[in-house]
Design a binder for this molecule. Structure first.
Ligand code: GRF
Length: 216
């Protein structure tokens, strides 16, 4: 399956997906990495792995819709079948999201539906939660909503700052995203009635999300 990855910055989740695609038996291959920021560090990661990259700078577009139309055109031109948002910091128009319905994944650094949006780790600390984590879900027009494929739990430890907590969650993200992507690529995670159903090796169905226990 041909995957398109959308990034805006550092690209550590992209790096995790690149590593996963190199594993034997992984049936996905990253066909294109698109950044909306010309200086995103993730672009160099893709280039070093020999993956085609493209910058589509949102500042060059008059509207969200024209930017999204160019994104869609580039993904389709590369034969992309599944889009993975990996630290992509643009809100996508409803039209784009609907075109890729059930063919677009996102990773968010919290246990959704808690702490949607930005400054997630500071908000988790301010709220005094003991457990946080990360979520991979299919994308829907509402930000950080959509059927959940997999979640990993991460403890909040005494003395954590937003930075130390972010680093611990990021480590879990790097495990969770490849795992969730593999389920989707292998047809083992399917959306039914806006919930993800997991299908095991003998075809038995269980409700998602796949749960990954706490990463210390
Ligand atoms: C990750 O924490 C991701 O969950 C969030 O933004 C961060 C991106 O990091 N949406 P990276 O660019 O993958 O290193």
């Amino acid at each position: 399956m041909r995957i398109g990855v959308l990034i805006s910055g550092r690209g550590s989740n992209l790096a995790a997906l690149i590593r996963a695609c190199a594993e034997p038996g992984f049936r996905g291959r990253i066909a294109l990495v698109i950044s909306n920021r010309p200086n995103a560090e993730g672009l160099a990661i893709a280039e070093r792995a020999g993956i085609p990259t493209l910058t589509i700078d949102h500042k060059n577009f008059a509207s969200r819709e024209t930017f999204d139309a160019e994104l869609d055109r580039a993904l389709r031109a590369a034969g992309v079948e599944l889009v993975c948002n990996a630290g992509f910091m643009r809100i996508l128009s409803d039209g784009f999201v609907e075109k890729w319905r059930n063919h677009q994944l996102n990773i968010h650094p919290s246990l959704l539906p808690a702490f949607k949006g930005l400054h997630v780790h500071k908000r988790a600390l301010d709220a005094g939660v003991r457990i946080t984590g990360c979520t991979v879900h299919f994308v829907r027009p509402e930000m950080d909503e959509g059927p959940i494929v997999a979640q990993a739990a991460v403890p909040v430890l005494p003395g954590d700052t937003a930075e130390t907590l972010a680093a611990r969650v990021l480590e879990a993200e790097h495990k969770l995203y490849p795992l969730a992507l593999k389920l989707v690529i292998d047809g083992r995670a399917r959306v039914t009635d806006e919930r993800v159903v997991l299908i095991d090796a003998v075809g038995a169905e269980t409700p998602a999300p796949l749960f990954v226990p706490a990463v210390q």
